[in-house]
Ligand binder design. Structure first.
Ligand SMILES: *[C@@H]1O[C@H](CO)[C@@H](O)[C@H](O)[C@H]1NC(C)=O
Ligand SMILES: *[C@@H]1O[C@H](CO)[C@@H](O)[C@H](O)[C@H]1NC(C)=O
Length: 165
Protein backbone atom coordinates (compact mmCIF):
# COMPACT_ATOMS: atom_id res chain seq x y z
CA UNK A 1 0.00 0.00 0.00
CA UNK A 2 2.67 2.48 1.04
CA UNK A 3 4.83 1.43 -1.88
CA UNK A 4 1.96 2.28 -4.22
CA UNK A 5 1.87 5.91 -3.09
CA UNK A 6 4.12 8.21 -5.06
CA UNK A 7 6.70 10.21 -3.10
CA UNK A 8 4.75 13.40 -3.81
CA UNK A 9 1.57 11.92 -2.33
CA UNK A 10 3.52 10.87 0.78
CA UNK A 11 4.95 14.35 1.07
CA UNK A 12 1.44 15.80 0.83
CA UNK A 13 0.17 13.45 3.57
CA UNK A 14 3.04 14.39 5.86
CA UNK A 15 2.58 18.10 5.24
CA UNK A 16 -1.20 17.80 5.90
CA UNK A 17 -0.38 16.08 9.19
CA UNK A 18 2.05 18.73 10.31
CA UNK A 19 -0.31 21.48 9.20
CA UNK A 20 -3.06 20.15 11.47
CA UNK A 21 -0.63 19.95 14.37
CA UNK A 22 0.52 23.51 13.79
CA UNK A 23 -2.93 24.81 14.58
CA UNK A 24 -4.30 24.82 18.10
CA UNK A 25 -7.40 22.83 18.88
CA UNK A 26 -10.74 24.29 17.88
CA UNK A 27 -12.72 25.88 20.70
CA UNK A 28 -16.43 25.80 21.44
CA UNK A 29 -17.91 28.92 23.03
CA UNK A 30 -21.43 29.31 24.34
CA UNK A 31 -23.60 32.39 23.97
CA UNK A 32 -24.82 33.14 26.60
CA UNK A 33 -21.75 31.73 28.29
CA UNK A 34 -23.62 29.65 30.89
CA UNK A 35 -23.34 25.87 30.86
CA UNK A 36 -26.73 25.61 32.52
CA UNK A 37 -29.71 27.02 30.71
CA UNK A 38 -33.44 26.71 31.12
CA UNK A 39 -35.70 24.85 28.76
CA UNK A 40 -36.80 27.04 25.80
CA UNK A 41 -33.80 29.38 26.24
CA UNK A 42 -31.87 30.35 23.15
CA UNK A 43 -28.29 29.10 23.02
CA UNK A 44 -25.72 29.71 20.30
CA UNK A 45 -22.64 27.50 20.09
CA UNK A 46 -19.73 28.95 18.16
CA UNK A 47 -16.69 27.16 16.88
CA UNK A 48 -13.39 29.01 16.85
CA UNK A 49 -10.90 27.41 14.52
CA UNK A 50 -8.87 27.85 11.40
CA UNK A 51 -10.34 27.21 8.01
CA UNK A 52 -8.51 26.45 4.83
CA UNK A 53 -9.31 28.31 1.63
CA UNK A 54 -11.04 25.23 0.17
CA UNK A 55 -12.77 24.01 3.31
CA UNK A 56 -15.04 26.33 5.32
CA UNK A 57 -16.96 23.57 6.98
CA UNK A 58 -17.28 23.07 10.69
CA UNK A 59 -18.00 19.67 12.03
CA UNK A 60 -20.09 19.52 15.18
CA UNK A 61 -20.42 16.66 17.62
CA UNK A 62 -23.12 16.24 20.24
CA UNK A 63 -22.43 13.43 22.71
CA UNK A 64 -19.85 12.19 20.22
CA UNK A 65 -22.31 12.01 17.31
CA UNK A 66 -21.96 14.23 14.25
CA UNK A 67 -24.58 16.96 13.91
CA UNK A 68 -25.84 17.78 10.44
CA UNK A 69 -25.02 21.48 10.62
CA UNK A 70 -21.75 22.60 9.08
CA UNK A 71 -21.84 26.32 9.85
CA UNK A 72 -19.44 27.82 12.38
CA UNK A 73 -22.28 28.65 14.77
CA UNK A 74 -24.90 26.18 15.81
CA UNK A 75 -27.94 27.86 17.27
CA UNK A 76 -30.59 26.27 19.39
CA UNK A 77 -33.66 28.53 19.25
CA UNK A 78 -35.50 26.84 22.13
CA UNK A 79 -33.40 24.45 24.16
CA UNK A 80 -34.85 21.04 24.97
CA UNK A 81 -33.65 18.68 27.68
CA UNK A 82 -32.33 16.37 24.92
CA UNK A 83 -30.01 19.20 23.81
CA UNK A 84 -28.03 18.63 27.02
CA UNK A 85 -24.72 16.86 26.80
CA UNK A 86 -21.24 17.53 25.48
CA UNK A 87 -20.48 19.50 22.36
CA UNK A 88 -17.27 19.50 20.35
CA UNK A 89 -16.29 20.97 17.03
CA UNK A 90 -13.49 20.80 14.53
CA UNK A 91 -12.60 22.72 11.42
CA UNK A 92 -10.48 21.95 8.42
CA UNK A 93 -7.27 22.99 10.14
CA UNK A 94 -8.10 22.90 13.85
CA UNK A 95 -8.26 19.52 15.55
CA UNK A 96 -11.22 18.41 17.65
CA UNK A 97 -11.99 20.82 20.47
CA UNK A 98 -12.26 19.98 24.13
CA UNK A 99 -15.80 19.00 25.10
CA UNK A 100 -18.12 21.72 26.39
CA UNK A 101 -20.95 20.68 28.66
CA UNK A 102 -24.45 22.05 28.23
CA UNK A 103 -27.21 21.33 30.74
CA UNK A 104 -30.80 22.15 29.90
CA UNK A 105 -32.99 22.28 32.97
CA UNK A 106 -36.74 22.42 33.18
CA UNK A 107 -37.93 25.60 34.89
CA UNK A 108 -38.83 25.85 38.58
CA UNK A 109 -42.44 24.96 37.83
CA UNK A 110 -44.35 23.36 40.69
CA UNK A 111 -46.07 20.09 39.92
CA UNK A 112 -49.86 20.65 40.26
CA UNK A 113 -50.34 17.89 42.85
CA UNK A 114 -47.46 18.93 45.11
CA UNK A 115 -48.57 18.58 48.76
CA UNK A 116 -46.56 21.68 49.73
CA UNK A 117 -48.68 23.91 47.56
CA UNK A 118 -52.40 23.56 48.29
CA UNK A 119 -54.71 23.85 45.35
CA UNK A 120 -57.28 26.63 45.23
CA UNK A 121 -59.98 24.09 46.14
CA UNK A 122 -58.20 23.34 49.42
CA UNK A 123 -57.72 27.05 50.09
CA UNK A 124 -61.41 27.74 49.42
CA UNK A 125 -62.43 24.84 51.64
CA UNK A 126 -60.31 26.21 54.51
CA UNK A 127 -61.73 29.72 54.04
CA UNK A 128 -65.33 28.44 54.04
CA UNK A 129 -64.71 26.28 57.12
CA UNK A 130 -63.09 29.23 58.88
CA UNK A 131 -66.02 31.45 57.97
CA UNK A 132 -68.52 28.83 59.19
CA UNK A 133 -66.58 28.48 62.45
CA UNK A 134 -66.56 32.25 62.92
CA UNK A 135 -70.31 32.50 62.23
CA UNK A 136 -70.93 29.50 64.50
CA UNK A 137 -69.02 30.87 67.48
CA UNK A 138 -70.61 34.27 66.88
CA UNK A 139 -74.04 32.67 67.01
CA UNK A 140 -73.12 30.64 70.11
CA UNK A 141 -71.88 33.73 71.94
CA UNK A 142 -74.95 35.76 71.03
CA UNK A 143 -77.31 32.89 71.98
CA UNK A 144 -75.50 32.54 75.33
CA UNK A 145 -75.73 36.27 75.92
CA UNK A 146 -79.43 36.20 75.09
CA UNK A 147 -79.94 33.27 77.45
CA UNK A 148 -78.03 35.01 80.22
CA UNK A 149 -79.98 38.20 79.62
CA UNK A 150 -83.27 36.37 79.73
CA UNK A 151 -82.21 34.60 82.97
CA UNK A 152 -81.30 37.94 84.49
CA UNK A 153 -84.61 39.31 83.29
CA UNK A 154 -86.37 36.42 85.01
CA UNK A 155 -84.45 37.20 88.21
CA UNK A 156 -85.41 40.83 87.85
CA UNK A 157 -88.97 39.77 87.32
CA UNK A 158 -88.81 37.60 90.45
CA UNK A 159 -87.30 40.47 92.40
CA UNK A 160 -89.95 42.78 91.14
CA UNK A 161 -92.59 40.25 92.05
CA UNK A 162 -91.28 39.78 95.59
CA UNK A 163 -91.04 43.50 96.05
CA UNK A 164 -94.51 43.97 94.77
CA UNK A 165 -96.06 41.41 97.16
C1 LIG B 1 -28.25 24.72 10.40
O1 LIG B 1 -27.69 25.46 9.35
C2 LIG B 1 -28.59 26.21 8.58
C3 LIG B 1 -27.82 26.94 7.53
O2 LIG B 1 -26.79 26.15 7.07
C4 LIG B 1 -29.38 27.19 9.46
O3 LIG B 1 -30.36 27.84 8.70
C5 LIG B 1 -30.04 26.43 10.59
O4 LIG B 1 -30.67 27.33 11.46
C6 LIG B 1 -29.00 25.64 11.35
N1 LIG B 1 -29.60 24.89 12.42
C7 LIG B 1 -29.18 25.01 13.65
C8 LIG B 1 -29.89 24.17 14.64
O5 LIG B 1 -28.25 25.72 13.98
C1 LIG C 1 -26.63 13.66 25.46
O1 LIG C 1 -26.23 13.35 26.77
C2 LIG C 1 -26.96 14.01 27.79
C3 LIG C 1 -26.35 13.69 29.15
O2 LIG C 1 -25.53 12.58 29.10
C4 LIG C 1 -28.42 13.57 27.71
O3 LIG C 1 -29.18 14.22 28.72
C5 LIG C 1 -28.96 13.91 26.33
O4 LIG C 1 -30.30 13.49 26.23
C6 LIG C 1 -28.10 13.29 25.25
N1 LIG C 1 -28.62 13.73 23.98
C7 LIG C 1 -28.52 13.05 22.86
C8 LIG C 1 -29.18 13.61 21.65
O5 LIG C 1 -27.91 11.99 22.83
Amino acid sequence: MWQMLSPTALLLLVSAGTRAEDHPKAKVTLDPQWNRVLKDDEVVLRCQGSYSSEDHFTQWFHNGTVIENQSSSYSIAAARVEDSGVYQCKTALSPLSDPVQLEVHTGPTIPPDSPLFPSWIQVTFCLVMGLLFAVDTGLYVSVQRDLRNSMRDQKNVKVTWSRGS
